[in-house]
Unconditional design. Sequence first.
Length: 215
Amino acid sequence: MLFYLPERLNIAVFASGRGSNLRSIVDALHAGILSNVTISLVLSNNGKSGALEFARQNNIPAIHLSRVQFHSDAEFTSAMLETLRRHSINFIVLAGYMKKLDPLVIDSFRNRIINIHPALLPAFGGTGMFGMKVHEAVIASRATKSGATVHVVDEDYDHGPIVLQEQVEVSPSDTAETLAEKVLAIEHRLYPKALSLFAMGKIRVKGQQVVIDTK
């Protein structure tokens, strides 16, 4: 079992889009809800992402790093790891990052990468299940509940140990768009809470299980 000790998390937030979960983490830091955490880097594969713009406006180091900038996967992965090392990153937060991480990155930060998924995993997860596609699938299935899941990242999509989940009712009148709004509100509460648990040393990871210290 891996025990996390209380420590300052120097996090890199990976985001491809507008970065709303990045904003929620920054808001939690400013409100004093989240402590012992520093956002040391925002990294995006999309040079025009809102996440990079937001980071620069808030004096957070922001880097556009994309596979298309390199001749090979190996060069790209090497550049990513060097960038993380240069910024003294010890924890990675995926916040709408639309690319799968190379196994070398996952292994270098084993059990120190988390992701938030807009459904109650293991339901509605896996390859191709991202963004609005998730909510459309939930509506099409006529599920009565959905929600958000924070999980530890491993080599498979949406597969790692679950850290936190919160659910929301799916009403008969909900559309994918209205459900997305409900779930996003949950995400913005859940992600800072999960980060806080890691920073306070309240998390234990054992295989595919996460144990939270409630003391």
